[in-house]
Design a protein around this ligand. Sequence first.
Ligand code: HEC
Length: 271
Amino acid sequence: MEQNEYSKIEVYLDADNEPIATYKPPAQMELDTSMLEDGEHTIKFIALDAGNKRSVKKINFVVRNGPGIAVDGLKENDVVEGKLKLILNSFGGAYQENWEPNRAETPAPIPTWMWIIFISIAAWSMFYFINQWNPSQQYANTPTYRSAEILPSDNIGISNISSINGAEIYRKSCSSCHQENGQGLPKVFPSLVGNDVVLSDDPSEQIKTILFGLNGKTINGVKYNTPMPGMADQLSDEEVAAVINHERSSWGNNSRLIKPEQVHKIRINKN
Ligand code: HEC
């Protein structure tokens, strides 16, 4: 006689007096918790053997089929006053199979101090950037800030290029002959006012004259007996360019200005 034929297991839920199911062991059962209210429950198994001896097993369990709840801003036993700002979130009910973990993260606003830090960094970097483009006098002529047009050529070692002043060079090196007003002296030194070489778009001849001098040229019908001395040894490319630009923009002259590089080219080609 098989014991199994006479033994059975009854299943009771909570305080019910009637079993929800009766099985012949061994058995497999499915407990659908969705039929139960969320909260604490008790399941009770009563087994009876052939001789009608019974044993009881109770298991307490908690059903939670509803979504989880997160509350930010108020903890158990907090002491509070005034108005409270709470951030609420709920996540992951039993029926949402593919819920994403980030839904369980409670959203928090970006704190004000983060904005303050961000804005100050942005403002500081703009201030710094703008400052770079207005270098103080002390640094204006260092290689970092100097504009490309007045980079020093190979043959000079001038450290303070901003002191190069065409009018000043003209006064020191040229005015004794061509005069302060550029008009020279009749038959002795040619006038630079309205002079073809000074007004020419092509500065080559003017550059050559100042670097290497001039001798025996007839200018506006006048032949000059004294030569113009070359000044390649006294004047740097920058200084030659500056004095040429002074001639080109003074005494009513208004012709195209030049750059030291153009002087440099002619100087190294010796022509
Ligand atoms: C010692 C006197 C003297 C000095 C200093 C002098 N020049 Fe002259 N310059 C002359 C004479 C003289 C001529 C004409 C030479 C000739 O025609 O052969 C001349 C010619 C020129 C010409 C050429 C004009 C033409 O039509 O070809 C220019 C430009 C010029 N000088 C500019 C200058 C500049 C700029 C300086 C200063 C950096 C300078 N000179 C310094 C005496 C001088």
